[in-house]
Design a protein around this ligand. Structure first.
Ligand code: AMP
Length: 268
């Protein structure tokens, strides 16, 4: 129940947008009044109030609420700001039986750590950078031009390695590459040039190309590193059991994810 005499706003998202007074698309604001504990709508004299600032504001500093429980405990490493799009470029990879079996093996060997399966397998070629919305198409065009000069190539995986993010809030177990390093380096050098055009940070100075397949919240680098000899032995057994297709990628294109949009760039 509302308190006596309270003035409330009802936000009606399906509102009649044909109404000329309606200040925002699809949003009509009705004035409600309450008397003697009874709520009524003064429908004859519906007055239009200005749309609350939250819907109109172009305030670039508005931060959104980030609840780690909504995304498996991952912590956002930079605040979300309106108009800024989290962006990264990568080689996508479809999951397969061999890798799923490997993740099960990792889980069995790391029973003290809450290991999660990575949800979209990929090899990162840039760090996650923040792109202004109005730069997106320029950035994509710059990548497209540069990638059109690079040849398709093959990557083979051969061992596991442990990584920690820069903030040391997450630890990853990744499949390291055995072949394809020079081609990957060429991609990164070209992408670094695109990034520098927008004053954005390059990839790691000494890139260690890998595909994360499992991860956990927190810094478990030392614990997981101590298990690597055992895990790598098991990986090589699985490599004998599962066909070679489970352990390589023929790289024909890259993807760029920016916010919820994807761009695809073909190699030649
Ligand atoms: P990714 O699977 O691409 O998200 O990478 C997992 C983590 O590895 C990232 O948070 C990176 O910060 C970290 N990482 C640490 N050192 C390196 C390196 N030399 N090359 C690539 N990634 C690295």
């Amino acid at each position: 129940m509302h308190s006596k005499g309270a003035l409330n706003l009802l936000i009606d998202y399906g509102g009649d947008s044909s109404d000329e007074d309606n200040p925002g698309p699809g949003i009509s604001v009705k004035r409600l009044h309450e008397t003697e504990g009874e709520e009524f709508e003064n429908s004859k004299k519906v007055k239009r109030l200005p749309v609350p600032n939250i819907f109109l504001s172009d305030d670039k500093t508005t931060e959104s609420f980030d609840d780690p429980l909504l995304h498996s405990g991952k912590l956002r490493t930079f605040p979300h700001e309106r108009g800024n799009w989290a962006t990264y470029v990568y080689i996508p990879y479809e999951e397969n039986e061999g890798i799923n079996e490997l993740i099960d093996v990792i889980r069995k060997c790391t029973h003290d750590v809450d290991i999660k399966k990575t949800d979209n397998f990929h090899i990162s070629l840039t760090k996650t950078i923040v792109l202004k919305h109005h730069w997106i198409s320029l950035f994509a065009n710059s990548i497209r031009t540069k990638m059109a000069c690079i040849k398709k190539f093959m990557i083979l995986f051969d061992s596991l390695k442990v990584y920690c993010n820069e903030e040391r809030t997450r630890t990853f177990i990744g499949l390291q590459i055995k072949t394809g390093y020079d081609s990957l380096l060429k991609l990164v050098e070209s992408l670094d040039k695109c990034l520098s055009e927008f004053n954005l940070p390059p990839f790691y100075e000494n890139p260690s190309f890998h595909m994360s397949i499992a991860w956990c919240v927190g810094d478990f680098e030392e614990e997981l590193k101590s298990l690597l000899p055992q895990l790598n032995r098991q990986l090589h057994e699985l490599m004998d059991d599962f066909s070679q297709e489970n352990w390589y990628i023929y790289v024909q294109y890259l993807l760029c994810k920016t916010g919820n949009k994807y761009f695809q760039f073909y190699l030649t």
